[in-house]
Ligand binder design. Structure first.
Ligand code: ZN
Length: 349
């Protein structure tokens, strides 16, 4: 006997951008693909909790539903919930805040400002709106899977955390985030590359494996190698990977023969403290060197969209090391579909 089909209302979503909370300056219709990162995050969170055994999208039955802040009917959504069917016949859900769309709204608003299409200098904001789709036929199957139907599940290696030795926590990792383990030598390689080119940004890749500890069943990311990106286009404030960068990296992965995957990207910020900076440098001074710009977030969305992927930022300012208490790096990763700085674990030298 098959489960009864529950007809659920479907919604149209859009981002509404406002100036001074009064004048609507832009509407951005949202499509299914704009929710892909959230769907992946939901699947991955289910994988971490053991609700799925492989990291692969179920062929159908994924739902996107708005969450509303109050009981009063209003199209204003505080966020949305992704629900994915599990192999045991249940469901796994994850809720996202409307700030999931922050970088998208910000980019499109910035484009308006650049094109001089906004009058005045009012404060710009955005909100997520969800409108009931009454006139359109319901789609029991939402097409466009995030992992192509014929793409294999992302491989997960059996790897014992205990056998990696004593891990040192940097930047206070929290349990909510996937554990990321990086050997000290990999960090040194990445910083060595940044120091070799102190005048402009350099880019690179992190290779590694998604692992499951056979004893504790904990899922974690193990970085194994820093690969300097070749054929990048760099300025002093940004770096771009070209198709040749990716081709070359794939060749190196094949040569190494360890079945590594791309698990992250690396880039340097060759900025310096000003001469008068007190020592150790204040957090706000540190944040002038270690931060993700909106370009960085965009590049992360493009090149490392999977929920387990990370962005390693390196720096060359010598006084930063004393302020941080470790090598001049900061790690960024995905949390509920948004890029955030995060802690990680280091395998000592
Ligand atoms: Zn940057």
């Amino acid at each position: 006997m098959s489960a009864p089909t529950v007809l659920r209302p479907t919604y149209r979503y859009r981002l509404e951008c406002w100036q001074d909370r009064a004048q609507r300056v832009l509407e951005i219709p949202l499509e299914r693909r704009h929710f892909d990162r959230a769907i992946q995050a939901t699947l991955f969170e289910g994988l971490r909790r053991g609700r799925f055994s492989t990291y692969q999208a179920p062929p159908e039955g994924i739902r996107i539903e708005p969450t509303f802040p109050g009981r009063h009917p209003s199209p204003l959504a505080s966020g949305f919930t992704i629900t994915v069917p599990t192999p045991d016949g249940g469901e796994h859900s994850l809720t996202f805040s409307s700030s999931y769309f922050h970088s998208k709204a910000r980019r499109q608003l910035a484009a308006l400002v650049v094109q001089n299409q906004l009058a005045g200098e009012g404060v710009l904001g955005y909100r997520l709106a969800a409108y009931l789709e009454e006139d359109q036929p319901r789609h029991p199957r939402l097409g466009g899977m995030l992992l192509e139907d014929d793409s294999p599940a992302i491989p997960i290696k059996d790897r014992s955390l205990r056998h990696l030795g004593t891990l040192v926590a940097w930047d206070s990792p929290v349990e909510e985030d996937l554990r990321v383990v990086i050997p000290h030598a990999v960090l040194e390689d990445a910083i060595g590359e940044a120091r070799a080119f102190p005048e402009h940004e350099v880019g690179g890749f992190l290779l590694g494996h998604l692992c499951r500890d056979p004893e504790t069943r904990e899922l974690f990311l193990l970085a194994t190698c820093h690969l300097p990106a070749e054929h990048t286009e760099a300025t002093d404030t940004s770096v771009t990977f070209t198709p040749e960068s990716w081709t070359r990296a794939r060749e190196v992965i094949a040569l190494r023969g360890e079945e590594e995957m791309f698990v992250g990207w690396v880039h340097s910020h060759p900025f310096r403290f000003c001469a008068e900076c007190p020592m150790p440098a204040r957090p706000e001074c540190q944040s002038k060197i270690l931060f993700f710009s909106s370009d960085d977030v965009f590049l992360m969305e493009l090149t490392c969209p999977q929920p387990f992927m990370v962005g390693l930022q390196t720096a060359v300012e010598p006084r930063l090391e004393q302020a941080l208490g470790h090598l001049p790096v900061r790690l960024y990763g995905w949390r509920q579909g948004e890029v955030t700085p995060r802690g990680f674990h280091v395998i000592p030298e």
